[in-house]
Design a protein around this ligand. Structure first.
Ligand code: ZN
Length: 241
């Protein structure tokens, strides 16, 4: 009887290890061997979609923003956020996020994360970092506010985030944004990582914020190449305010 129990345990253990190995060896998307050029293997939309992000923003080639799509932001909320390394970026999962209202629909901030070089480019120029504030509506629609970072003064909010990896921090997400939140580019795009889901309302703020040379280096020590190359705009309209 004892031997049967031992044997069963052993078999169970082998199955668990076997499953773990198999699970581990399944390819997962990344920015290297399984990088953006082959993300279609993980989610078809990444390869075949015609509304993909990021894009190169041509600052002189846009339409005035339609009134109903003007961004009404209320990010000024003191909250806690769990800062994690999600395997692709440093991300803060916000526990009580602020709100955006776009075309009568309300979106709540759920997380923000950082790219070690900007994903959007403006007239071909890539910024030092890009932050994405990801918002979700009750019915599952997404809106992302993009904020560009250029090298300059130390950024206290970034210190808070970088020093808080693996912990819960107190934060006001509005502190991530420039003082001028009224001028931005808008277009309809996608998530910039698999599954590359389309229909995302993108708002890229025109005014960059700063990060010190050390902060940029620290962010890139975690992730330096976690940016997707710009995608064709096809027949989409870029709007600006
Ligand atoms: Zn992002």
């Amino acid at each position: 009887m004892k031997n049967i129990v031992k044997t069963s345990l052993l078999v169970a253990l082998i199955s668990v290890v076997g499953y773990a190995n198999e699970h581990h060896s399944a390819p997962h998307w990344d920015y290297d061997a399984h990088g953006p050029a082959c993300w279609g293997e993980f989610a078809q939309e990444c390869q075949t979609g015609h509304m993909q992000s990021p894009i190169d923003i041509k600052s002189g080639k846009h339409l005035p923003l339609k009134g109903s799509f003007v961004l009404k932001m209320n990010e000024d909320v003191h909250t806690t956020a769990d800062v994690v390394d999600n395997g692709h970026a440093i991300q803060a999962n916000v526990n009580n996020g602020g709100k955006l209202v776009i075309d009568g629909r309300e979106y709540t901030l759920v997380q923000f994360h950082f790219h070690g070089h900007s994903e959007h480019t403006i007239d071909g120029k890539q910024y030092a970092l890009e932050g994405h504030l990801v918002h979700k509506s009750a019915d599952g629609h997404l809106a992302v506010v993009g904020v560009m970072f250029k090298e300059g003064d130390n950024n206290p909010v970034l210190d808070n985030v970088l020093g808080g990896i693996g912990r819960t921090i107190r934060i006001d997400p509005q502190d991530l944004l420039p003082e001028d939140k009224k001028h931005y580019y808008h277009y309809i795009g996608s998530l910039t990582t698999p599954p590359c889901t389309e229909g995302v309302q993108w708002y890229v703020l025109k005014k960059p914020v700063t990060a010190s040379k050390d902060q940029i280096k620290t962010m890139r020590d975690h992730y330096a190449h976690n940016f997707r190359p710009v995608q064709p705009i096809y027949d989409r309209k870029l709007e600006a305010k």
